[in-house]
Design a protein. Structure first.
Length: 319
C-alpha cells in the first residue's frame, strides 16, 4: 500500500490530472476499494471530514475524490470544521486516501487550508503542457486499444478541438469506438466525426473588431466563412460571445470571484476559469460600444431593413 494518503492536484491540464488520479486508483487494484466523490460546491468540510474518518466496512481502502474546492481561492475560510479538518490532515486515517482535484481553481497561497495541505499532502501541479505531451497522450491512449492514428490526423484533431481538454477526451473516445480495437484513425475519420471548434477564431475576431483592425477582421472573417456554410452562425457566435465577455467583465469589476461566476452561469469551475481569463483581456467600455452597434444591426435585421449576411459584412468592413 502507498504511504501517500493525501493528494492535491492543481493547474489547468484536466487530461493529465485525471490520468494521474486514475493511476493512483489503479495502484490499489489488489485491494477491495470503495470510491466516493464529493463536490465541495454542494457540501462542506464537515461532511468531508465525516467521510474521511469513517472506517470502511466492506472495503479495505476508501478513496475520496473531492471536486471543485473553490474554498481554496479565498484568503479566509469561515467553515467551522476547518481546524478539525487541518488536524485530520496531520494524522489521516490509514484506510482513507483523500484526493483533492483543484483543476482550474485559482489557488490563494495564503489560504489556511492550502497552507496546511502544502505541509501534509502531496501537491501535484499541471499548469503547462507542451503540445508534444498532448500528442504523446493521444498516441498512447489509442495504442492502449491497439488503434493506429496517423500523425497528420493527430494534428487535425488538435486543430478541431482547440485546447478543450474535456471535449478532447470525449471526442477521442468517440473516434476509438468508431474504428474499434485494432482500427486506424485517419484525417478522413477526423473530418467525418469531429466538428471544428470555432470559438478561438470567434475570440480573435472580437479582439480585431474592438481594435478596429480591418486587416485582421478581413483575414479572420474569410477563414470563418470558409469553414461554415451558415454565415448567420458566425453572427450568433460573435453576439453571444461578446455578451458573455461583457457580463463576465462587469461581474469581475463588482468583485465576483471565479467560483461566484461559475454559480452565476451554472457552469463548472473549469469553464468559469476560461471565461475569467478571456474577459480580463477586454475593456468594459470598449465592449459596450461594440455591443450597441451589434444591437442596432440586430434591430435592422429583425425589422427586415437589411439582409442578415449583408448587414453583418457591412458592420465588419465599415468599422
Amino acid at each position: 500500500m502507498s504511504d501517500d494518503l493525501l493528494y492535491l492536484f492543481t493547474g489547468t491540464q484536466e487530461i493529465f490530472i485525471q490520468n494521474r488520479i486514475n493511476r493512483i486508483i489503479s495502484s490499489y487494484d489488489k485491494y477491495n476499494v470503495g470510491i466516493t466523490k464529493l463536490d465541495l460546491e454542494d457540501s462542506n468540510l464537515s461532511r468531508l471530514l465525516e467521510l474521511a474518518c469513517t472506517i470502511p466496512f466492506l472495503e479495505d481502502i476508501k478513496i475520496i475524490i473531492v471536486r471543485n474546492p473553490s474554498i481554496l481561492e479565498s484568503k479566509e475560510i469561515k467553515d467551522p470544521a476547518l481546524d478539525n479538518f487541518i488536524n485530520y490532515l496531520k494524522k489521516p486515517v490509514e484506510t482513507t486516501v483523500l484526493i483533492i482535484d483543484a483543476v482550474n481553481v485559482k489557488i490563494n497561497t495564503t489560504n489556511p487550508l492550502y497552507v496546511a495541505l502544502s505541509k501534509y499532502a502531496m501537491i501535484i501541479d499541471y499548469s503547462q503542457t507542451e503540445e508534444v505531451e498532448i500528442k504523446g497522450w493521444i498516441k498512447r491512449t489509442c495504442s492502449s486499444r491497439n488503434i493506429e492514428i496517423d500523425d497528420n490526423a493527430v494534428d487535425l484533431f488538435l486543430e478541431y478541438i482547440n485546447e478543450n481538454q474535456v471535449r478532447m477526451i470525449n471526442e477521442l473516445d468517440k473516434l476509438m469506438d468508431y474504428v474499434y480495437d485494432g482500427g486506424h484513425i485517419t484525417i478522413d475519420t477526423i473530418k467525418l466525426l469531429v466538428s471544428k471548434d470555432l470559438s478561438k477564431e470567434i475570440y480573435k475576431l472580437i479582439s480585431a473588431i474592438i481594435a478596429r483592425d480591418q486587416d485582421q477582421i478581413n483575414e479572420i472573417y474569410s477563414l470563418l466563412a470558409s469553414q461554415t456554410k451558415d454565415i448567420s452562425n458566425i453572427i450568433n457566435l460573435v453576439a453571444s460571445k461578446m455578451k458573455e465577455l461583457l457580463t463576465t467583465s462587469k461581474l469581475l469589476k463588482k468583485g465576483y470571484s471565479q467560483s461566484d461566476i461559475a454559480k452565476f452561469y451554472s457552469i463548472t469551475n473549469g469553464r468559469a476559469y476560461y471565461m475569467v481569463k478571456e474577459s480580463s483581456n477586454f475593456d468594459v467600455s470598449a465592449l459596450e460600444k461594440v455591443m450597441i452597434e451589434i444591437s442596432n444591426l440586430d434591430y435592422l435585421i429583425k425589422t427586415n431593413q437589411i439582409d442578415r449576411n449583408i448587414g453583418f459584412e457591412l458592420f465588419l468592413f465599415k468599422l
